[in-house]
Design a protein around this ligand. Structure first.
Ligand SMILES: [Fe+2]
Length: 392
Protein backbone atom coordinates (compact mmCIF):
# COMPACT_ATOMS: atom_id res chain seq x y z
CA UNK A 1 0.00 0.00 0.00
CA UNK A 2 1.13 3.53 -0.75
CA UNK A 3 1.10 6.23 1.90
CA UNK A 4 -0.12 9.79 1.40
CA UNK A 5 3.34 10.98 0.35
CA UNK A 6 3.83 8.24 -2.23
CA UNK A 7 0.30 8.71 -3.54
CA UNK A 8 0.88 12.47 -3.95
CA UNK A 9 4.15 11.71 -5.70
CA UNK A 10 2.36 9.31 -8.03
CA UNK A 11 -0.34 11.85 -8.92
CA UNK A 12 2.28 14.56 -9.52
CA UNK A 13 4.20 12.06 -11.66
CA UNK A 14 1.13 11.20 -13.74
CA UNK A 15 0.38 14.91 -14.29
CA UNK A 16 4.01 15.71 -15.15
CA UNK A 17 4.18 12.76 -17.54
CA UNK A 18 1.00 13.90 -19.33
CA UNK A 19 2.30 17.47 -19.58
CA UNK A 20 5.65 16.30 -20.95
CA UNK A 21 4.08 14.26 -23.74
CA UNK A 22 1.51 16.94 -24.53
CA UNK A 23 4.45 19.36 -24.86
CA UNK A 24 6.07 16.89 -27.26
CA UNK A 25 2.87 16.62 -29.33
CA UNK A 26 2.47 20.43 -29.42
CA UNK A 27 5.99 20.90 -30.84
CA UNK A 28 5.54 17.96 -33.21
CA UNK A 29 2.40 19.41 -34.81
CA UNK A 30 4.05 22.80 -35.29
CA UNK A 31 6.31 21.22 -37.92
CA UNK A 32 5.61 21.66 -41.67
CA UNK A 33 5.10 17.91 -42.15
CA UNK A 34 1.92 16.22 -43.31
CA UNK A 35 -0.48 15.14 -40.56
CA UNK A 36 -0.37 11.54 -41.85
CA UNK A 37 3.30 11.39 -40.83
CA UNK A 38 2.84 13.36 -37.63
CA UNK A 39 -0.02 11.06 -36.56
CA UNK A 40 2.49 8.17 -36.64
CA UNK A 41 5.10 10.11 -34.68
CA UNK A 42 2.43 10.83 -32.04
CA UNK A 43 2.09 7.13 -31.19
CA UNK A 44 5.08 6.99 -28.76
CA UNK A 45 3.48 9.81 -26.75
CA UNK A 46 0.14 8.00 -26.57
CA UNK A 47 1.83 4.79 -25.44
CA UNK A 48 3.93 6.66 -22.85
CA UNK A 49 0.90 8.47 -21.40
CA UNK A 50 -0.74 5.08 -20.82
CA UNK A 51 2.27 3.00 -19.73
CA UNK A 52 4.45 5.37 -17.70
CA UNK A 53 1.98 5.70 -14.76
CA UNK A 54 2.21 1.94 -14.26
CA UNK A 55 6.01 2.06 -14.26
CA UNK A 56 5.93 4.96 -11.78
CA UNK A 57 3.74 2.86 -9.49
CA UNK A 58 6.16 -0.10 -9.74
CA UNK A 59 9.04 2.28 -9.01
CA UNK A 60 7.34 3.58 -5.86
CA UNK A 61 6.48 0.05 -4.67
CA UNK A 62 10.09 -1.10 -5.17
CA UNK A 63 11.45 1.94 -3.35
CA UNK A 64 9.01 1.69 -0.46
CA UNK A 65 10.60 0.99 2.90
CA UNK A 66 14.07 2.08 1.78
CA UNK A 67 14.17 5.74 2.81
CA UNK A 68 17.34 7.84 2.72
CA UNK A 69 19.91 8.86 0.15
CA UNK A 70 22.00 5.71 0.50
CA UNK A 71 19.03 3.53 -0.39
CA UNK A 72 18.22 5.83 -3.31
CA UNK A 73 21.75 5.26 -4.58
CA UNK A 74 21.41 1.53 -4.16
CA UNK A 75 18.03 1.63 -5.90
CA UNK A 76 19.67 3.44 -8.79
CA UNK A 77 22.41 0.85 -8.92
CA UNK A 78 20.21 -2.19 -8.96
CA UNK A 79 19.36 -4.12 -12.10
CA UNK A 80 16.01 -2.36 -12.58
CA UNK A 81 17.38 1.19 -12.36
CA UNK A 82 15.59 2.10 -15.60
CA UNK A 83 12.31 1.81 -13.72
CA UNK A 84 13.35 4.77 -11.55
CA UNK A 85 14.78 6.56 -14.60
CA UNK A 86 11.25 6.84 -15.99
CA UNK A 87 10.74 9.65 -13.45
CA UNK A 88 12.73 11.84 -15.85
CA UNK A 89 9.60 12.39 -18.02
CA UNK A 90 7.35 13.62 -15.18
CA UNK A 91 10.20 15.71 -13.77
CA UNK A 92 10.70 17.48 -17.11
CA UNK A 93 6.93 17.79 -17.53
CA UNK A 94 6.61 19.53 -14.16
CA UNK A 95 9.47 21.89 -15.11
CA UNK A 96 7.67 22.71 -18.41
CA UNK A 97 4.42 23.27 -16.53
CA UNK A 98 6.21 25.61 -14.11
CA UNK A 99 7.56 27.56 -17.09
CA UNK A 100 4.01 27.77 -18.49
CA UNK A 101 2.68 29.16 -15.18
CA UNK A 102 5.56 31.66 -15.05
CA UNK A 103 5.10 32.85 -18.65
CA UNK A 104 1.37 33.33 -18.03
CA UNK A 105 2.09 35.33 -14.86
CA UNK A 106 4.51 37.72 -16.60
CA UNK A 107 2.54 37.94 -19.87
CA UNK A 108 1.85 41.59 -20.78
CA UNK A 109 -1.48 42.79 -22.09
CA UNK A 110 -1.41 45.12 -25.10
CA UNK A 111 -1.73 48.87 -24.37
CA UNK A 112 -5.33 49.98 -23.88
CA UNK A 113 -6.59 46.45 -24.56
CA UNK A 114 -10.09 45.79 -23.32
CA UNK A 115 -12.82 43.38 -24.39
CA UNK A 116 -15.72 45.72 -23.94
CA UNK A 117 -18.53 43.93 -25.67
CA UNK A 118 -19.38 40.34 -26.41
CA UNK A 119 -22.37 38.17 -27.13
CA UNK A 120 -22.79 34.40 -27.05
CA UNK A 121 -24.68 33.18 -30.10
CA UNK A 122 -26.39 29.83 -29.52
CA UNK A 123 -27.01 28.27 -32.94
CA UNK A 124 -28.65 25.11 -31.57
CA UNK A 125 -31.40 27.27 -30.11
CA UNK A 126 -31.67 29.35 -33.27
CA UNK A 127 -31.77 26.43 -35.71
CA UNK A 128 -33.82 24.17 -33.44
CA UNK A 129 -31.31 21.35 -33.95
CA UNK A 130 -27.61 20.57 -33.69
CA UNK A 131 -26.14 21.45 -37.11
CA UNK A 132 -24.18 18.20 -37.37
CA UNK A 133 -23.22 16.98 -40.85
CA UNK A 134 -21.84 13.78 -42.36
CA UNK A 135 -18.12 14.59 -42.30
CA UNK A 136 -15.29 12.87 -40.40
CA UNK A 137 -15.35 13.12 -36.59
CA UNK A 138 -19.00 14.32 -36.70
CA UNK A 139 -19.77 11.99 -33.77
CA UNK A 140 -17.66 14.21 -31.51
CA UNK A 141 -20.20 16.98 -31.99
CA UNK A 142 -22.77 14.96 -29.98
CA UNK A 143 -20.68 14.96 -26.77
CA UNK A 144 -22.64 16.65 -23.96
CA UNK A 145 -21.29 20.07 -22.98
CA UNK A 146 -19.72 20.57 -26.39
CA UNK A 147 -19.64 24.31 -27.15
CA UNK A 148 -18.90 23.88 -30.85
CA UNK A 149 -22.20 25.57 -31.77
CA UNK A 150 -22.03 28.37 -29.22
CA UNK A 151 -19.95 31.18 -30.71
CA UNK A 152 -18.59 34.25 -28.94
CA UNK A 153 -18.81 37.35 -31.11
CA UNK A 154 -16.75 39.96 -29.33
CA UNK A 155 -15.31 43.43 -29.74
CA UNK A 156 -11.82 44.19 -28.47
CA UNK A 157 -10.07 47.53 -28.39
CA UNK A 158 -6.37 48.12 -28.91
CA UNK A 159 -4.48 51.41 -28.69
CA UNK A 160 -1.47 52.22 -30.88
CA UNK A 161 0.99 55.09 -30.71
CA UNK A 162 1.72 55.32 -34.44
CA UNK A 163 -1.68 54.56 -35.93
CA UNK A 164 -2.55 57.46 -38.31
CA UNK A 165 -5.41 59.68 -37.12
CA UNK A 166 -7.43 58.79 -40.23
CA UNK A 167 -7.52 55.19 -38.94
CA UNK A 168 -8.78 56.07 -35.45
CA UNK A 169 -11.55 53.59 -34.50
CA UNK A 170 -10.62 51.42 -37.48
CA UNK A 171 -12.53 48.12 -37.22
CA UNK A 172 -11.07 44.82 -38.41
CA UNK A 173 -13.23 41.70 -38.39
CA UNK A 174 -10.84 38.87 -37.53
CA UNK A 175 -12.07 35.41 -38.58
CA UNK A 176 -9.96 32.28 -38.44
CA UNK A 177 -10.06 28.49 -38.79
CA UNK A 178 -13.40 27.73 -40.42
CA UNK A 179 -12.36 24.13 -41.22
CA UNK A 180 -15.19 23.20 -43.58
CA UNK A 181 -15.34 19.40 -43.40
CA UNK A 182 -19.11 18.80 -43.13
CA UNK A 183 -18.70 17.53 -39.57
CA UNK A 184 -20.65 20.75 -38.92
CA UNK A 185 -23.08 21.52 -41.71
CA UNK A 186 -23.19 24.49 -44.06
CA UNK A 187 -26.16 26.21 -42.48
CA UNK A 188 -24.18 26.79 -39.28
CA UNK A 189 -21.39 28.60 -41.13
CA UNK A 190 -23.92 30.62 -43.16
CA UNK A 191 -25.53 31.83 -39.93
CA UNK A 192 -22.21 32.55 -38.22
CA UNK A 193 -20.82 34.58 -41.11
CA UNK A 194 -24.13 36.42 -41.55
CA UNK A 195 -23.93 37.49 -37.89
CA UNK A 196 -20.28 38.50 -38.37
CA UNK A 197 -21.21 40.60 -41.40
CA UNK A 198 -23.68 42.59 -39.27
CA UNK A 199 -20.76 44.10 -37.31
CA UNK A 200 -20.11 46.33 -40.36
CA UNK A 201 -16.29 46.21 -40.25
CA UNK A 202 -13.95 48.47 -42.21
CA UNK A 203 -11.83 45.48 -43.25
CA UNK A 204 -12.14 41.70 -42.97
CA UNK A 205 -9.13 39.46 -42.25
CA UNK A 206 -9.30 35.67 -42.50
CA UNK A 207 -6.21 33.97 -41.08
CA UNK A 208 -6.33 30.50 -42.60
CA UNK A 209 -7.54 26.90 -42.30
CA UNK A 210 -10.55 27.25 -44.52
CA UNK A 211 -11.12 23.68 -45.73
CA UNK A 212 -10.57 20.09 -44.69
CA UNK A 213 -12.45 18.81 -47.74
CA UNK A 214 -11.71 20.40 -51.12
CA UNK A 215 -15.23 19.62 -52.43
CA UNK A 216 -16.57 22.16 -49.94
CA UNK A 217 -15.20 25.12 -51.91
CA UNK A 218 -18.82 25.05 -53.10
CA UNK A 219 -19.78 26.48 -49.69
CA UNK A 220 -17.73 29.66 -50.19
CA UNK A 221 -20.28 31.85 -52.06
CA UNK A 222 -22.89 31.33 -49.31
CA UNK A 223 -20.42 31.87 -46.47
CA UNK A 224 -17.28 34.02 -46.89
CA UNK A 225 -18.77 35.33 -50.15
CA UNK A 226 -21.43 37.20 -48.15
CA UNK A 227 -18.89 39.34 -46.30
CA UNK A 228 -18.11 42.84 -47.46
CA UNK A 229 -16.04 45.72 -46.13
CA UNK A 230 -15.23 49.15 -47.61
CA UNK A 231 -11.47 48.56 -47.39
CA UNK A 232 -11.63 44.96 -48.54
CA UNK A 233 -11.59 41.32 -47.48
CA UNK A 234 -8.14 39.74 -47.16
CA UNK A 235 -7.00 36.20 -46.49
CA UNK A 236 -4.09 33.89 -45.97
CA UNK A 237 -4.24 30.09 -45.91
CA UNK A 238 -3.21 27.65 -43.20
CA UNK A 239 -1.69 24.21 -42.79
CA UNK A 240 -5.01 22.40 -43.41
CA UNK A 241 -5.39 24.24 -46.73
CA UNK A 242 -1.78 23.29 -47.53
CA UNK A 243 -2.79 19.63 -47.17
CA UNK A 244 -5.25 20.19 -50.03
CA UNK A 245 -4.58 21.66 -53.47
CA UNK A 246 -4.42 25.26 -52.31
CA UNK A 247 -4.49 26.85 -55.81
CA UNK A 248 -8.14 25.88 -56.22
CA UNK A 249 -8.98 27.51 -52.89
CA UNK A 250 -7.17 30.71 -53.90
CA UNK A 251 -9.00 30.78 -57.26
CA UNK A 252 -12.37 30.40 -55.54
CA UNK A 253 -11.67 33.21 -53.08
CA UNK A 254 -10.42 35.46 -55.87
CA UNK A 255 -13.71 34.97 -57.73
CA UNK A 256 -15.53 36.16 -54.60
CA UNK A 257 -13.47 39.35 -54.48
CA UNK A 258 -11.19 38.31 -51.61
CA UNK A 259 -7.59 39.48 -51.88
CA UNK A 260 -4.69 37.18 -51.25
CA UNK A 261 -2.24 38.67 -48.78
CA UNK A 262 1.15 37.25 -49.63
CA UNK A 263 4.41 38.69 -50.95
CA UNK A 264 4.82 42.49 -50.90
CA UNK A 265 2.87 44.29 -48.17
CA UNK A 266 -0.39 45.85 -49.40
CA UNK A 267 -1.24 49.47 -48.92
CA UNK A 268 -4.54 50.28 -47.18
CA UNK A 269 -5.61 53.87 -47.87
CA UNK A 270 -8.03 55.90 -45.75
CA UNK A 271 -8.29 59.61 -46.42
CA UNK A 272 -4.79 60.96 -46.92
CA UNK A 273 -3.23 58.26 -44.73
CA UNK A 274 -2.13 54.71 -45.33
CA UNK A 275 -1.18 51.63 -43.36
CA UNK A 276 0.31 48.36 -44.62
CA UNK A 277 -1.01 44.81 -44.50
CA UNK A 278 1.14 41.70 -45.05
CA UNK A 279 0.52 37.95 -44.91
CA UNK A 280 2.67 35.08 -43.72
CA UNK A 281 1.82 31.43 -44.45
CA UNK A 282 5.11 30.00 -43.21
CA UNK A 283 6.24 27.41 -42.31
CA UNK A 284 3.86 25.63 -44.70
CA UNK A 285 3.80 27.93 -47.73
CA UNK A 286 5.49 30.97 -49.21
CA UNK A 287 8.33 33.09 -47.95
CA UNK A 288 8.68 35.91 -45.44
CA UNK A 289 6.52 38.96 -46.30
CA UNK A 290 8.27 41.67 -48.28
CA UNK A 291 8.21 44.93 -46.32
CA UNK A 292 10.95 46.69 -48.32
CA UNK A 293 8.51 49.30 -49.71
CA UNK A 294 7.06 50.06 -46.27
CA UNK A 295 8.33 53.34 -44.74
CA UNK A 296 9.96 52.93 -41.32
CA UNK A 297 7.30 55.01 -39.59
CA UNK A 298 4.33 53.26 -41.22
CA UNK A 299 1.80 51.28 -39.22
CA UNK A 300 1.96 47.62 -40.19
CA UNK A 301 -0.40 44.69 -39.72
CA UNK A 302 0.63 41.07 -40.25
CA UNK A 303 -1.75 38.18 -40.87
CA UNK A 304 0.07 34.96 -39.90
CA UNK A 305 -1.77 31.66 -39.56
CA UNK A 306 0.47 30.52 -36.72
CA UNK A 307 1.56 32.80 -33.89
CA UNK A 308 4.93 31.02 -34.10
CA UNK A 309 6.01 33.76 -36.53
CA UNK A 310 5.91 36.30 -33.68
CA UNK A 311 9.71 36.54 -33.53
CA UNK A 312 9.86 37.59 -37.20
CA UNK A 313 7.01 40.05 -36.64
CA UNK A 314 8.81 41.76 -33.76
CA UNK A 315 12.02 42.07 -35.77
CA UNK A 316 10.01 43.53 -38.68
CA UNK A 317 8.41 46.17 -36.43
CA UNK A 318 4.89 44.82 -36.91
CA UNK A 319 2.35 46.77 -34.83
CA UNK A 320 -0.52 44.27 -34.93
CA UNK A 321 -0.29 40.57 -35.73
CA UNK A 322 -3.42 38.47 -36.33
CA UNK A 323 -3.22 34.70 -35.91
CA UNK A 324 -5.32 31.59 -35.36
CA UNK A 325 -4.21 27.96 -35.76
CA UNK A 326 -4.23 26.97 -32.06
CA UNK A 327 -8.04 27.04 -31.58
CA UNK A 328 -7.53 28.04 -27.93
CA UNK A 329 -6.58 24.41 -27.33
CA UNK A 330 -10.27 23.43 -27.97
CA UNK A 331 -10.44 21.90 -24.48
CA UNK A 332 -9.55 23.97 -21.41
CA UNK A 333 -9.12 22.27 -18.05
CA UNK A 334 -10.22 24.08 -14.88
CA UNK A 335 -7.26 25.88 -13.26
CA UNK A 336 -4.90 24.76 -16.04
CA UNK A 337 -6.36 26.06 -19.28
CA UNK A 338 -5.31 24.78 -22.69
CA UNK A 339 -3.20 21.64 -22.87
CA UNK A 340 -2.85 20.98 -26.60
CA UNK A 341 -1.86 23.58 -29.20
CA UNK A 342 0.21 22.85 -32.34
CA UNK A 343 2.87 25.43 -31.60
CA UNK A 344 6.57 25.49 -30.89
CA UNK A 345 5.59 27.69 -27.93
CA UNK A 346 3.21 25.00 -26.65
CA UNK A 347 0.03 26.51 -25.21
CA UNK A 348 1.57 29.94 -24.49
CA UNK A 349 -0.23 31.51 -27.48
CA UNK A 350 -3.26 29.17 -27.52
CA UNK A 351 -5.55 32.21 -27.76
CA UNK A 352 -5.89 35.76 -26.51
CA UNK A 353 -4.05 39.05 -26.62
CA UNK A 354 -0.34 39.49 -26.00
CA UNK A 355 2.10 42.35 -26.08
CA UNK A 356 5.64 41.56 -27.14
CA UNK A 357 7.00 45.03 -27.97
CA UNK A 358 6.59 46.44 -30.48
CA UNK A 359 3.98 43.86 -31.53
CA UNK A 360 0.43 43.37 -30.28
CA UNK A 361 -0.57 39.78 -31.02
CA UNK A 362 -4.20 38.68 -31.31
CA UNK A 363 -4.72 34.91 -31.47
CA UNK A 364 -8.30 33.94 -32.34
CA UNK A 365 -9.80 30.72 -31.02
CA UNK A 366 -11.25 30.31 -34.51
CA UNK A 367 -14.70 29.18 -35.60
CA UNK A 368 -14.22 25.43 -35.87
CA UNK A 369 -11.61 22.66 -36.15
CA UNK A 370 -11.00 19.31 -37.79
CA UNK A 371 -12.45 17.80 -34.60
CA UNK A 372 -15.80 19.51 -33.80
CA UNK A 373 -15.25 19.47 -30.05
CA UNK A 374 -14.98 22.48 -27.74
CA UNK A 375 -15.04 22.25 -23.97
CA UNK A 376 -14.76 25.48 -21.95
CA UNK A 377 -13.37 26.99 -25.15
CA UNK A 378 -16.01 28.63 -27.31
CA UNK A 379 -15.48 29.38 -31.00
CA UNK A 380 -14.75 33.05 -31.55
CA UNK A 381 -15.01 35.86 -34.07
CA UNK A 382 -13.58 39.22 -33.04
CA UNK A 383 -14.16 42.75 -34.16
CA UNK A 384 -10.91 44.56 -33.36
CA UNK A 385 -11.15 48.29 -32.91
CA UNK A 386 -7.86 50.14 -33.38
CA UNK A 387 -7.57 53.49 -31.60
CA UNK A 388 -4.91 56.20 -31.78
CA UNK A 389 -3.15 56.64 -28.44
CA UNK A 390 -3.36 60.46 -28.59
CA UNK A 391 -7.10 60.47 -29.37
CA UNK A 392 -8.34 58.37 -26.44
FE1 LIG B 1 -6.95 25.26 -37.63
Amino acid sequence: MLGIFELSLLLAGIFGNCWFWCSYINRLYSLPIHDRVLDRWRRPAEIAVLLVPGVLLISLLRYQGRPGLSSLASAGADSAAWIHGVWLFPALGLVFFGMRVFSRAVSRRPPGNVRYDFQILDYVARLGRKPIGQGPYAKLAHIPGNQAFSLELNTKRFVFARLPHAFHQFRILHISDLHFSDAIDREYFEQVLYDASQTKPDLVAFTGDLLDDLRLVSWLPATLGKLQAPLGCYYILGNHDWHLADDRIRDSLKQLGWQECQGPAMEIQRGESRIFLAGDERPWMGTAPDLTAVPDSAFRILMSHTPDNIRWARRAGVDLMLSGHNHGGQIKLPGIGAVLAPSRHGVRFADGEFYLPPTTLHVSRGVSGRHPLRLRCRPEISLLQLDCADLV
